[in-house]
Ligand binder design. Structure first.
Ligand code: FES
Ligand code: FES
Length: 154
């Protein structure tokens, strides 16, 4: 049985009718045309689908809509300030950190959250924070370097 849900996504009100067990990731990608969050494992283990729900970093693939009702969600599409990329996004670009890019959305969202609690993290802090974000291309070192740079320049 479907149900109506109301939430705020990247500052915009959104109303979705779906089954309560539908994942937030599925709604973001398929109902709200926000494909930045990626489907990797579907098990909460790879970090490709990471978003923030009421400020908390969560895997959207294992977040059912019944638990997202009434929340405020921020996806990678909501990180930029108008035309101005978030410092993490800019640093990832500047450092050409991504290879295939599949992991980058989740990494950008988690790294942006990290900079709020730890504005100038060192490499170890960044690497530990990103432990739950897998990168099958093996470019974690470039990614970590970019996030450290974002902390220095923001
Ligand atoms: S797709 Fe959600 S954690 Fe892997
Ligand atoms: S850049 Fe390809 S998975 Fe990370």
């Amino acid at each position: 049985m479907t149900q109506a849900f109301t939430l705020t996504v990247n500052g915009q009100a959104a109303r979705v009718t779906t089954h309560p067990d539908t994942s937030l990731l599925s709604v973001l990608r398929n109902e709200l045309s926000l494909p930045g969050s990626r489907f990797g494992c579907g098990l909460g283990q790879c970090g490709a689908c990471i978003v923030r729900v009421d400020g908390t970093v969560v895997p959207s693939c294992t977040t059912p809509m019944w638990s997202a009702d009434g929340t405020s969600v921020v996806t990678v599409e909501g990180l930029a300030d108008g035309d101005r990329l978030h410092p993490v996004q800019q640093a990832l670009l500047d450092e050409q950190a991504a290879q295939c890019g599949f992991c980058i959305s989740g990494i950008a969202v988690r790294a942006a959250a990290l900079l709020e609690s730890s504005p100038h993290p060192d490499e170890i802090t960044v690497a530990q924070a990103l432990e739950g974000n897998l990168c099958r291309c093996g470019v974690q070192r470039r990614i970590v370097r970019a996030v450290v740079k974002a902390g220095r320049t923001s």
